[in-house]
Each structure stands twice: as structure tokens, then as C-alpha cells.
Design a protein around this ligand. Structure first.
Ligand code: ADP
Ligand code: MG
Length: 685
């Protein structure tokens, strides 16, 4: 039933509703309240509790304009000797006049402590003389809405949809398997929806909002299943085109391994074989490799590249920043050029001539491995035979960008994709956010790495810290000094780093101080990095651009300014820049006192653990998925009733449930339409 069939819904309103993903009348039924208000009873003024919403009645005792920075209207009301203030910042003259002494008023709003006792700011109100207005006979649901549709209007529309259901002009299909309904003793769909839209009077609102009642559980399960089904659809879609089966020619891989100055860790070997099992099939690989900073993901990627090159396929290695791309270029050239492989560089900032040469080599196939940034999937790039994409730090790219690269494969051909991330993602989160990918984890660091010693320091000890850096540099070691986001503007951020570099340069006699930040020209950045790597610069002051990819084993001291402002995952990544050599490494997290309890707790986790997965799991609990995945990805998951942290324990079962839908494609369609709708970000593009 189209939404325009509802009374009063014309094309204009329908367009606005579409923005909320509401197209069918049925969709309205699954648009669930965010919160509830209790307007079913009046709270006596003497029983008000601050910071919660109340419905109150009272008699106006005074009304006066108050002059401050701007004029406000203050009305006092009383009831049986108890008082409450009402405050209005925006009001009309007529409105002000209407608050005459002695009149009765009913208000609804949040009660807060004010300068003269409890008050409501801009309450909803209704004046009355003798008979108080009627009370609501049920809790008032508050729905999420969008510009141009009021909360009241959307509530009315849902009410209309509900009537259609009750009068059986609308039918909602049971889409859960009987087995699940029995196991959890779930209420029917209609009764679940009723309990959520129109809870009974007397229900505890706080419980209703926070607890998973059987009614809610039912919808949570539906949503999670719909979500998983969407992900497996996306995967099927990716794999709907064949990809070249990359045979085990072995030659290049073996040569590559033999010339490495180290042997692979067990974890690297395991992940390598997982990748090889994928690419030897005539279906595109879509695999994510997670591995803590320094776990050696690049070597594994190079092994995959060898296999592709051996089979006559081109490889694109995509990195989010120039620094990181350059690092890969350096490694791949160093490892593979001696074996006769041609590695080509392509970025947006390249000069015309080298760029033209690169594009030609990519088009005629002489470029076997192409390394670069976003330039790799621009329109102007044509590959002769792209067979494998390696995408580093995949959370920096959107799904859309991955698809752009896939489109560069030969016509009617899929692309093997290896995405790598140093952000450890807790299993439950990975299942939800990246359920369309297979996962491998490099859960072992190369041997000989000493755990980094981490210390929290109050900023007042700055002078000691500077002295410590001085000593380290004087004894031939190198150090990083990180200036994180203090200002939201990138310009100011870079200026802060510039100031710090200047100051440290003055204070640290005989130490060469270098500076990198996001606004430096690529060539300048590269030069500073090269100097740092060569040991000509002892102290590198940097913004968080340094976070990924920098590998200087002689640097074993890191200072992070204002550590309390950064996320745990990011701090852990930054810290991973040290601890790469033989010497003991140290990381000093400096904070600005006072530190909140949660701030202290978070930094303590970093001090106590060097394990990225442990840190990510804690971060997920403390700050939610946005912190671990980045808000874009977390937002893209777009769950409505389910909560990834609260409901994580349901995921394994939900995942296994999806297989029962394989023989019911129609139910699958309906469930996806109901819960994911046109928000199918995973398969879009
Ligand atoms: P990341 O997973 O952070 O991308 P890299 O691939 O950059 O890690 O590897 C970090 C460092 O460890 C590099 O200097 C690399 O050469 C080295 N490395 C990788 N694998 C091993 C290994 N098995 N044994 C010793 N060193 C290794
Ligand atoms: Mg790396």
C-alpha cells in the first residue's frame, strides 16, 4: 500500500517521508519510537524531580519580563504551596499578556534546576479556567523525523497506518522462522509493534527505553537477520561475475620469500594460505586482513601480488595517504624489482610527464604492479588486465571507492580484493559492519619485538619530558612528538605543530627537529620522512598524519600531546610507530589535567595493554561503534532497534539463521525491504 493512499499524504509529504525511508504504509509501522513521554498523569509540583519530563498543573502567581543580555519572560506557578518557574526566551507580546495572575495552566516539559528553584524552559502549555484538559490515555511515542515533518505529524501518520492494520486493510507478514519464534517464545508481530508504538499506561518508561522486552527482542532479531541477509546478498552480488583463478605457479612467491631477510610468522603463513585458497577459485576474493600495526601485513599483500603477477594479472595497491603509498612503493620496489617485476607509481599530485608514462604503462600492461592513492581509480586510468586490488587501511575508503576500483577489471570480470586494516575490529562488530567480507587475522607480531612501555603524564611535567627526549636523541636514538587535533581546523592544527616544532627546536640544543603535517607539499613531506629514516632528523614533530605506515625501527620514543583528545584505536595506531627495532621503546601519553574518570579509564587501558583487539573491545564498550569504526562506517550500519553492543550475543545465532532463508527468496526480499529498505549501502553503487 503506497503511502500516498493515506489521508492527507500528497506528493510533497511523500517526498519528505521518502527521506526517512518511508515509502509504503507498512514502512510507517516499522518506524519505531526513539523515546516516550508520559502525559497520562499530572505530577504534583512538590514531587517534581529535576532532569526528567513531567506534566504539571498550577495557578499563575506572577508573570514578569526580565532584562538580561536579552529580554525573557518569567512566569511563576504554584500548587498547594509548591512552586515552579516557567521561562520563555522567545514569545509574542500577546502571549506574555495571556499569563494573567490566577489563571490555571497545564505544562509539559523537562524540569531543571534554575537560578530561583526548579523551572521549565519553553514548556508546552495550555491555559484553562475551570476544567483541566483531558489526560492522554496512553504513553506518547516520540518518533525520529526529518526537516519539514513535525514529531506530532509523524505520530499521526503512524496512527493512521495503525488503523489500517487494525481494520485489516493492511496485512503484515510473519517473516521469522517458526523455530526461532518457539525458541524465544516471541509474541506475534502485531502485538510486538503495538507494545512499542503504544505501550500500556503504567509501563516504566525507563525500562521500556533501555530493556529488551520480548516484543523488542522480536524486532531486534528481525532487524539483525535482515541486516545479515543484506550482507550476504552484497557478497553474492560481488561474486556474480567470475574472476581469474590464479594458479599456484609458485615461482615468484618462492623467490620472494627466499630473498626476505626474515622468515614468515605462523600467522602470516596462515593468512597467506587463506588468501591463496580464495584466489585459486574462479570467483572474486573479498577478504579483509586485520593485523595490529607492525604485524607484517605488507609482506602478505606482496605474496598475493606475486601470485597475480605470475598469472599475468595486474595488481593495484591503494593507500589512503601519500606517505603510506610511498612506503608501499619503497617496499614493493625493494622486494620485487630484483625479481624482474615492474612497479609503477601513480598519484594525483604527479607531474604531467611521469603521469602520462605511468598511464601508458598501465594501459599496455608493462606496469605489473601499480601503487598509489585515489588516482588509481580515476576515470582516466585504464588497466590492461587488472586482477587484484590491495586496499590498505580500508576504513579510510568508502564502499563506493572500492566499487570504482572493481569497475576497472576487464569487462564482465570480477576483481580479487584484499583489504587490509590495522584497526582491530571486535568480532561482533566485524560481522555487522563487514559481514560481506571474509576475514583473516594476523594475530602474531614478528619475533623479537619488545612490548612498548607506556606511561601517562600530566602536562605539568612537560619540562621533564623534553629533557627525556633530549637524552634519547643525544644517545643516538630517534623520537616522535605528536600534536593531535586540538583545533578542528586543519590550518590551526598544522600551525600548532609548527609552533611546537619551533619551540622544541629552540629548547633541544644539538637536535635536528623535523616537521610533517597534512598541508606540507608531498615532495617536502617525502623529504622530511626520508631524512628521518636516514637518521639526519632525530626528532619528528607531526600531526596525526603520521599514524599509518611510517616504519623507522631506530625511533623508539614517542610523545603524544593531549592524548585525552584522541580515540583509543588511534592512539594505539600512533604508538605502533615505535617498538619496531631491537631497543626497548617508550610511549609517553601526556594529558591536560583534570582528566575525567572515563578519560583516565581509557588511557589506563592503553597503559596496560598492547593488544589492539583488547583495546578495540574496550573502546567499543566505552564509546560505541563510532569510535572503533569511524562514524561514517558505524553510521552506515544504520540499525534501528538493534544495538550492536547490547545485542552482540545474538549475532552468532542470527548469522546461522540466515541460511534458513536460502530456500525462501521472497521472504528474504520482504525482510530486507522492511528493515534495510533503500538504505542498502552495502550493495549500492
Ligand atoms: P603492518 O602490518 O603494520 O603494515 P608491515 O608490513 O609494515 O606491518 O611490517 C612491519 C615491519 O616488520 C616491516 O619492517 C617488515 O619488514 C617487518 N616484518 C614483517 N614480517 C616480518 C617477519 N615475519 N619477521 C620479521 N620482520 C617482519
Ligand atoms: Mg601497513
Amino acid at each position: 500500500m503506497e503511502i500516498t493512499q493515506l489521508n492527507g499524504v500528497g506528493p510533497a509529504l511523500a517526498a519528505k517521508l521518502a527521506k526517512l525511508g518511508l515509502h509504503q504504509v507498512e514502512d510507517l509501522l516499522f518506524h519505531l519510537p526513539l523515546r516516550y513521554q508520559d502525559r497520562t498523569r499530572v505530577t504534583p509540583l512538590h514531587a517534581l524531580t529535576p532532569r526528567s519530563q513531567h506534566l504539571v498543573d498550577g495557578q499563575i502567581t506572577s508573570s514578569a519580563l526580565q532584562r538580561g543580555r536579552r529580554v525573557s519572560l518569567r512566569v511563576s506557578i504554584s500548587q498547594n504551596g509548591a512552586h515552579l518557574g516557567l521561562r520563555f526566551m522567545h514569545f509574542h507580546a500577546n502571549q506574555a499578556k495571556s499569563f494573567t495572575e490566577g489563571r490555571n495552566i497545564r505544562c509539559f516539559g523537562e524540569v531543571r534546576p534554575g537560578p530561583q528553584g526548579l523551572e521549565m524552559v519553553h514548556p508546552e502549555y495550555q491555559l484553562f479556567d475551570d476544567t483541566p484538559p483531558p489526560l492522554a490515555d496512553q504513553l506518547t511515542p516520540i518518533y525520529p523525523t526529518t526537516e519539514g515533518i513535525s514529531v506530532v505529524r509523524i505520530g499521526q501518520l503512524i496512527e493512521l497506518a495503525w488503523q489500517q492494520l487494525e481494520h485489516q486493510r493492511l496485512h503484515i507478514e510473519e517473516l521469522l522462522p517458526q523455530q526461532l519464534i518457539k525458541q524465544y517464545q516471541l509474541p506475534s508481530l502485531q502485538s510486538s509493534l503495538q507494545q512499542l508504538h503504544y505501550p500500556k499506561v503504567g509501563v516504566d518508561i525507563q525500562q521500556l527505553e533501555s530493556q529488551v522486552t520480548p516484543a523488542k527482542l522480536r524486532l531486534v532479531l528481525e532487524e539483525l537477520i535482515a541486516h545479515q541477509l543484506t550482507l550476504s546478498r552484497a557478497k553474492q552480488q560481488t561474486q556474480s561475475l567470475p574472476a581469474p583463478a590464479l594458479a599456484a605457479v609458485q615461482n615468484l612467491e618462492q623467490q620472494f620469500i627466499q630473498q626476505l631477510p626474515f622468515s614468515l610468522t605462523g600467522a602470516q603463513r596462515r593468512v597467506w594460505s587463506e588468501i591463496m585458497a580464495d584466489v585459486s577459485q574462479p570467483l572474486p576474493m573479498v577478504r579483509m586482513v586485520q593485523g595490529d600495526v607492525g604485524s607484517g601485513k605488507t609482506v602478505v599483500a606482496a605474496l598475493a601480488a606475486c601470485r597475480a603477477v605470475d598469472n599475468g594479472c595486474q595488481v593495484a595497491v591503494l593507500a589512503p595517504t601519500e606517505i603510506l603509498a610511498e612506503q608501499h612503493l619503497h617496499n614493493f620496489k625493494h622486494w620485487l624489482e630484483p625479481l624482474g617485476v615492474t612497479v609503477v607509481w601513480l598519484t594525483g599530485k604527479q607531474k604531467t610527464k611521469p603521469k602520462r608514462d605511468a598511464l601508458a604503462a598501465i594501459a599496455n600492461g608493462t606496469a605489473q604492479i601499480v601503487i598509489g592513492t585515489h588516482a588509481l581509480f580515476q576515470d582516466s586510468v585504464e588497466y590492461q588486465h587488472l586482477g587484484l586490488a590491495v586496499i590498505d587501511e580500508q576504513h579510510r575508503f568508502g564502499v563506493a571507492q572500492r566499487h570504482c576500483l572493481v569497475a576497472k577489471a576487464p569487462p564482465n570480470c570480477g576483481l580479487h580484493q584484499l583489504v587490509m586494516t590495522a584497526t582491530p575490529i571486535p568480532r561482533t562488530l566485524a560481522m555487522s559492519a563487514y559481514g560481506d567480507l571474509d576475514h583473516s587475522v594476523i594475530d602474531e607480531l614478528p619475533p623479537g619485538r619488545k612490548p612498548i612501555n607506556s606511561v601517562l603524564l600530566n602536562n605539568v611535567r612537560r619540562a621533564d619530558v623534553i629533557e627525556r627526549v633530549h637524552q634519547a636523541c643525544a644517545s643516538g636514538q630517534q623520537a616522535y612528538w605528536i600534536c593531535p587535533l586540538i583545533e578542528t581546523s586543519e590550518v590551526l592544527q598544522c600551525e600548532a605543530a609548527e609552533d611546537t616544532a619551533l619551540l622544541l627546536g629552540q629548547q633541544l640544543q644539538g637536535v635536528n627537529v623535523g616537521l610533517v603535517h597534512g598541508r606540507l607539499a608531498a615532495a617536502d613531506k617525502a623529504q622530511v620522512m626520508a631524512q628521518f629514516k636516514a637518521g639526519e632528523i632525530q626528532l619528528l614533530v607531526a600531526t596525526t598524519v603520521i599514524e599509518v605506515g611510517v616504519d623507522v625501527p631506530n625511533a623508539n620514543l614517542m610523545v603524544i600531546d593531549n592524548a585525552e583528545r584522541l580515540g583509543l584505536a588511534q592512539l594505539h595506531q600512533l604508538r605502533g610507530r615505535v617498538g619496531r627495532g631491537q631497543a626497548q621503546s617508550h610511549c609517553l601519553f601526556m594529558y591536560q589535567a583534570p582528566l575525567s574518570r572515563m578519560g583516565r579509564e581509557r588511557l589506563d587501558i592503553l597503559r596496560q595493554s598492547n593488544d589492539g583487539f583488547v583495546i578495540a573491545e574496550k573502546d567499543l564498550q566505552l564509546r560505541g561503534p563510532g569510535e572503533v569504526l569511524g562514524t561514517r562506517q558505524a553510521g552506515a550500519i544504520g540499525l534501528r532497534v538493534a544495538d550492536l553492543i547490547r545485542d552482540a550475543h545474538l549475532l552468532p545465532q542470527v548469522k546461522s539463521m540466515t541460511s534458513t532463508y536460502a530456500s525462501h527468496p521472497a521472504k528474504t526480499d520482504q525482510l530486507i525491504a522492511r528493515w534495510v529498505g533503500d538504505n542498502q549501502i552495502f550493495s549500492k553503487v
